[in-house]
Design a binder for this molecule. Structure first.
Ligand code: FES
Length: 129
């Protein structure tokens, strides 16, 4: 059996994902959403934001992505809550992977998925303003 290559923090976020949207998304009131696909692996991520006075007051997400995508987006969702939209956009894959204690190199692309869904949701929000 191969050794576990993920940090304990990754494992913890994967097993207990923060702000994961269970069930019917139409029952979760939100101000904007964004959906993206990862061109490298084809996985999808959908993110929902509540925005008040230019700040993210709540975040939910769902994905068909892998364990790294789940852990990364879980961490991202905690990092962006309470931030302004511009501040949230600055939380990139480097900050996410640092927060997780690193990711294997071949899994870095998974950490981008949540960030891109967040950016899509913010773009959609700004278009609707
Ligand atoms: S392999 Fe697709 S998101 Fe990780």
């Amino acid at each position: 059996m191969q050794p576990w290559v993920y940090s304990e923090t990754v494992k913890e976020h994967f097993l207990n994902p923060r702000n994961f949207l269970m069930g019917d998304e139409t029952k979760y009131p939100h101000d904007t959403e964004g959906v993206v696909g990862n061109p490298i692996c084809g996985d999808q991520m959908k993110m929902f934001l509540c925005v008040q006075d230019g700040k993210i007051t709540d975040v939910k997400w769902k994905t068909y992505g892998c364990a790294s995508a789940i852990a990364s987006t879980s961490a991202l969702s905690e990092l962006v809550k309470g931030k302004t939209l511009d501040e949230a956009l600055k939380v990139g894959p480097r900050e996410i992977t640092d927060c997780l204690g690193g990711l294997p190199k071949h899994k870095i692309h998974c950490s981008v998925l949540g960030h891109e869904a967040l950016a899509a949701a913010i773009e959609n929000y700004r278009k609707s303003e």
